[in-house]
Write a protein that binds this ligand. Sequence first.
Ligand code: C2E
Ligand code: MG
Ligand code: MG
Length: 730
Amino acid sequence: MGQAITGRITLNLVAGIVITVVTVVIAILWMAARQNEQAQDSTYTMVSGGVAALGRRVESLASDYAWWEDAYTAYQDGDVEWFDTNFGESVEEAEVADLFAIISTDGEIKHNWMLGDGFAVEDVLTPDVIESIRGLAEQLSEESLAADRGIVRMGSVPIVVGISKITPFLSDPDIDPKSLPLLVVGQALDDERLARLGETFLIDDLHFEIGEAPSRSSAKTAMPVIDIFGETIGHFVWTPPTPGYAVLQSVLPPITVALALFCVVAFVTAFRARKIAIALTQSEKEALLAARTDGMTGLKNRTGFNEVLESSECQSACKAGELAVIYLDINGFKAVNDSIGHHGGDELVKALTARLRSVLPPEAIFARIGGDEFAIALNGKAVRDTATGAASAVVHSLDQPFTIHGFEFHVTVAVGYAVAGGTGLTPGEIVRRADIAMYHAKNGAEREAVAYHSTMETGALEKKQVEIALRRAVEEGDLKVHYQPVVRAGDLSIVGVEALLRWTSKEFGTISPSLFIPVAEETGLIHDIGRFVVDRAAQDLLKWPGLKMAINVSPVQLRDPNFADDILGIVDRYGLSPHQFELELTEGILVNNPTIAKRKLAHLKHIGFILSLDDFGTGFSSIGYLRQFPFDILKVDRSFVRDLGINSTANALIQSLVSLGDAMDLSVIAEGIENEEQLKLLRLVQCEYVQGFLISRPIPADEITALLERLGQERRFHVGREPERRAVAS
Ligand code: C2E
Ligand code: MG
Ligand code: MG
């Protein structure tokens, strides 16, 4: 775009310069041409005026000589001598005209006098000419001095003739005008005379040409010469002066210099302007880029990222269900900043950026959208797989620590992602969903990347309402406890149940405990809820002798100094023993507060509760760390079971987790088994207990009671196509 603008500016400037120069040149040429035209017009006027003046002179000569008493008398008397003396001498000596001729009333040339040799008067006054002259004479008025004129041709010379009737001085009514003879005075317009006429008007080459006028393209001007018969006998031709060109010649050098100077100045200005425009567009481009780039990492910033998402490419990818967005947030970044300072924090962000970049597909749009927040956009046909892979790669790329300023840092991230999924969503919506999934991951202290699911919406959007509704649910007893059987992997005999909270809210419908438990923890409601679960579980357990009751305990509950006493009180109240209860704890508590956790767990164990480590494998604890805590059971997280039979790593992982449990003398429960293949593999690796939808979903207490009745004495489940009696494995 910038280039187009500078191009346009340059083009406009150059066009301006060219137009100016062309206009000036045209104006000057036009002025010169106009001046020449005017000069031509004025020579025309002068030549025609000159010829007319000559005509008038010849005409008045004729009337002067003809209006003469003596001449009339001499004619009447036939006094030839008188004529020779007065007329002949005027011609031959005084040279007042080139020709004098007296024509009788019957058209005969009575007397004539002529200058020049080689011509006879008959050459000029041919019978036709005389006839014409007589015609003219007839039209002369009867007044004294009446005369007329015309042009006749003699060879190549036009001759102006003036005519008048020879008449007495005083007009005599007795004289019949028709009986009067005519005087013809002729003046040749030969080259010499025309040259003289030309000199008067500063015209060099005025001459007479017989025939057609010279062509228009020649520089000559022509004036038609019409004879006494009304025919064009030729033209007076001359070269008119061209003062315009003369002026042009004199002004051209300074104007050329001025124009050249103008061009130089204009071009320099144009180039300067172009340079400035280029510099401006460049700096505008840089500013635009800077506004979209994160200075520290060189990645796109939030604005840049949003812009990419708004691009038509992303919009259409989104419509086609081929867009995914991954959001990630560094855990505990503030702590890093606090311990090694902001500079160290910056170094960490840079190192982290480089590492993340190295595990992302090259076409991924990677942006830093906040201090410790990053976003990744992916598109393409198999975007769901790409996004799942990339999100997981991001999480695991941080397994290795970073060394900053000589300190080693283990960094974890909360990763959430969302895929367009062909539902015609906007990129903005995908971003919002990825963000929600990320918060979900963060709140749940998830070790793996979390994919968006619509059930997350409630927690993310309406936390406050959830809190209010949950408080009411606790007060009004709207919470329910369901139980999921835990069975021995070998024979599928039921050994216990896990109590899992259920809440169906009037406003939100059924809400997952993973959504409302964090709210309960934040608001402190977890204490009441926790006591309610233990109470209900103990009450229900009374109906199921011989089974163990697993109860989930949140770290927040464990921090409560009265926790142990409280639950022991409840257990006692129902006449039950702590040995019938397994308390399920997650790894978070061990990492965040190991000393207190160790003390509390030791106390609970001491009273008689069985301790189980829930969601094992998703948290942060190392094996060495784990040994310090008095757990009895390891619950291998569902995420390990999910991939069983799908990839060999999962099989090997389960194998080693089970071996680990054995080595540490812990019972192992595999969570979340959903198919027989998984069960088969778990049996193969000698996993002791399993729990999952394959056996039973979490169900209300009544259904557990009914189930136990149905299972009978052996209390064994029968799964899939296995015949009832053969369900027991080795
Ligand atoms: P958890 O303790 O790991 O519970 C097991 C979760 O896995 C339960 O989800 C259960 O319904 C689900 N599950 C069991 N078998 C399968 C299976 O085969 N496939 C799949 N996909 N899922 C299976 P639920 O009930 O939504 O509970 C989620 C989490 O909420 C629990 O994870 C636990 O951490 C927490 N929670 C539930 N009840 C309580 C409670 O009373 N107190 C506390 N503090 N936390 C609770
Ligand atoms: Mg549990
Ligand atoms: Mg679990």
